[in-house]
Design a protein around this ligand. Structure first.
Ligand code: ADP
Length: 427
């Protein structure tokens, strides 16, 4: 009696309640199954062909009793599920273990989908022969979609949380970096201040020392001159030559000390610049005049050039002379007798350039920048030089820059050097 397989779809046509009839239990049961609306309950034969159909099945799938009886149960599956053999699998499993339950998308008659919970139960006759399957299907679309939404919400939330965590981590990392940069900046600032203080102490020391040295040096010079003039009595020729050596050494030493003092003043920005219009030809003439004896003495071919008087620079004349004098005395110092030294001048609309070319030893290309640094002397040991302190070019470039100009060099080792002073031009 409990075997649903005993119902035939033909029974459905019978009147459900006859007033004069007492309802039998099997009829009650059939009535129950047929009228249930919330579940699709139907029976398949062993091959999966639909044998019975209730009101719930019609409501759920849209197929009427007439349309569906005799069709295979795979009609509710999508093409992919059919291709994967899912309809047969569910029946086989039910036949094997008695019951099979699953959830999945199923097709309605109108092609729309619903999420179904399906329970397939195998039906056997008293001799245990498989006579078909009872299939109970529920529409869980709403619940399924709600679950899907909840899953999506959870995923999105997790994603947002992860993104937030990353942002927080990045912000922390950034702030750590910022702290590092800040502390490095402070450290750099501290070192810069230390270096500036050290540089200041060095300049103060050099300035004080130069002052202190100049006084006794001047005394040495003065007394040597007294002796040379014979004011302390007549001198033998040997004594005279000794005194000449004393005087020339004193002059060189004084030159170095003056350079040092000059350098500390230029470095400390203590030098005032009196910018006027300077005719370059005049400056060249005066500089050449100052070193004329040495030029003669060293047997050099000297080309003073003719710089047109119209070429006028905006500069402090004394500082300009100091720079050009330094360039010329270097050329004299480093060019061998018989060599050539030549001035050239050129101008653009707003700049003038004065170039001194010599046929001296030249300067190695990797030292061209160094020679403008203080105390740098190429190819000579500083402690053994008696010619200078390596400050001339450093001072000259500082002076040139302070007047809005520049001092540069081009040189080829073994061929010679060309130093150029650029200055603003007066139109
Ligand atoms: P100093 O001449 O007192 O050594 P400078 O600052 O004037 O100092 O010059 C720096 C160095 O540049 C010199 O020691 C020398 O090595 C190099 N130098 C300068 N002028 C010339 C030149 N005309 N030819 C070759 N080398 C030069």
């Amino acid at each position: 009696m409990s075997n649903v397989g005993q119902f035939k779809h033909g029974d459905r046509d019978k009147p459900i309640v006859a007033p004069e009839e007492v309802l039998e239990t099997p009829d009650l049961f059939r009535l129950l199954v047929e009228s249930v609306q919330d579940y699709a309950i139907f029976v398949l034969d062993p091959d999966g062909i639909i044998q019975s159909w209730n009101a719930g099945a019609e409501r759920l799938t849209g197929y009427t009793h007439e349309e569906i009886i005799g069709r295979h149960c795979s009609i509710f599956y999508g093409p992919e599920d059919v291709a994967a053999g899912k309809p047969e699998h569910s029946l086989d499993e039910a036949a094997r273990v008695g019951r099979y339950e699953e959830e999945g998308w199923r097709l309605r008659e109108d092609g729309t989908h619903f999420w179904a919970n399906v329970v397939v139960t195998a039906l056997h006759n008293p001799n245990d022969v498989l006579i078909g399957y009872a299939k109970v299907t529920r529409d869980l679309t709403e619940r399924h979609l709600a679950e899907q939404r909840a899953i999506a919400d959870t995923r999105r939330f997790a994603k947002e949380e992860a993104a937030r965590a990353i942002a927080v981590a990045q912000a922390n990392e950034f702030s750590t970096l910022l702290d590092q940069v800040r502390s490095q900046t402070m450290e750099l600032e501290r070192r810069r201040a230390e270096a500036a203080a050290a540089n200041q102490s060095k300049s103060d020391f050099l300035a004080a020392m130069s002052h202190e040295l100049r006084t006794p040096l001047n005394a040495i010079g003065g007394y040597a001159e007294l002796l040379a003039m014979g004011l302390r009595g007549p001198l033998t020729s040997e004594q005279r030559s000794d005194i000449d050596r004393i005087r020339s050494s004193q002059q060189r030493l004084l030159g170095i000390i003056n350079d040092l003092l000059n350098f500390t003043r230029v470095e400390a920005g203590q030098v005032a610049y009196d910018l006027v219009n300077v005719v370059i030809a005049d400056v060249l003439e005066s500089v050449s005049g100052m070193l004329a004896p040495q030029l003669l003495e060293r047997h050099l071919v000297y080309d003073e050039s003719v710089c047109p008087r119209a070429v006028v620079a905006r500069a402090d004349r004394a500082k300009m002379e100091q720079i050009l004098l330094n360039l010329l005395s270097n050329a004299l110092k480093y060019t061998k007798p018989g060599g050539h030294i030549a001035w050239r001048c050129s101008a653009t609309a707003d700049r003038v350039r004065i170039t001194l070319r010599d046929t001296g030893p030249g300067i190695p290309s990797d030292r061209l920048d160094d020679i403008f640094e203080p105390f740098v002397q190429v190819g000579r040991n500083f402690t053994h030089t008696s010619e200078g302190a390596g400050l001339g070019l450093a001072i000259s470039r500082d002076l040139a820059r302070a007047m809005g100009g520049e001092l540069t060099v081009e040189s080829t080792l073994g061929v010679g050097s060309a130093f150029s002073l650029d200055l603003p031009r007066v139109p």
